[in-house]
Design a protein around this ligand. Sequence first.
Ligand code: NAI
Length: 329
Amino acid sequence: MKILFYGAKDYDQQFFDKLAPKYPGITFKFIEANLYEETASLAKGYDGICAFVNADISTPVVNVLHDMGIQVILMRCAGYNNVDLQTAAKYGIKILRVPGYSPEAVAEHAMALALTANRHTHKAYIKCRENNFALNGLMGVNLYQKTAGIVGTGKIGLAMARICRGFGMRVIAYDLYPNNELDFLEYVSLDELLSTSDLISLHCPLTAETHHLINASSIAKMKDGVILVNTSRGGLIKTEDLIAGIRDHKFYAVGLDVYEEESDLVYEDMSERILQSSTIQRLLSFPNVAMTSHQGFFTEEALTNIAETTLQNAVDFRDNKKLKNEVRL
Ligand code: NAI
């Protein structure tokens, strides 16, 4: 079975090459180019393709992939909001993904962002390097005995809830489908979570319903001085409203691993380019905002799990086995 691996980075190839011998008969061709309409035709002659969160798998791309004879799309990630599931289903193209490859990797990064933005560690590091050992501008707040509000208590939200509990925080949560077996957190309505949390961490998927969940109206309901962290998907937050909220001094700190307009930028070295989007620069201009480039997943354990599950998904598809990681409409 031949798979074209779009958007390959050295680290992807390293982890897939290490595990591939355990899955004979599955061969990968790694290419740097990401998947979008112009590169979709490169898939000619392959049985399947492998893509990541930043690929464009919208209708025109799925049309081309179908014309190229692609039968399976192996997403080497958990989210699939970038995939036109309807068109794929129309052509019988299977979509397989890697659910929960390391919830702790993302949750630990969410807490790292909360701490960085709150305690200005990113600023302190630069100051120390320049022999500026003054503490002005670096003050933070304790998280101990504060309230953490977790939106979405799936695998990552639950891991984040545990971390917050470990910090001695009271943990409240909102989810469409509460998990009543969790005895260390209390489910509340979204409005109550917004109005009572000192730290809000977003862990629900991006859907039509959650798109711009954080907007002017929901920000207005938050406590003044709240810390907001998003490691889920950029579209959960209406960026313009977030910027307005930061300017109004609503937020003590904001930590973002994901943001709208990220797809053309993440995982690329743009240091020599003149960026066309000003949103990210505006966010970075605020002293209480810490940003990373969609790296929540980026641990050795997570990359191992991603490679293992993607290879197993390919084998299951090839052998007509039950597709336990299939994304259905
Ligand atoms: P999951 O599927 O285990 O959990 C999602 C939870 O959100 C579920 O409990 C679900 O009931 C809940 N939910 C769905 N709609 C909701 C709504 N409207 N309001 C409140 N809750 C809602 O997913 P998992 O593995 O915990 O991942 C969460 C998100 O994290 C993914 O959708 C993905 O966008 C993001 N992610 C980010 C990564 C990164 O590197 N920054 C890596 C992996 C995932």
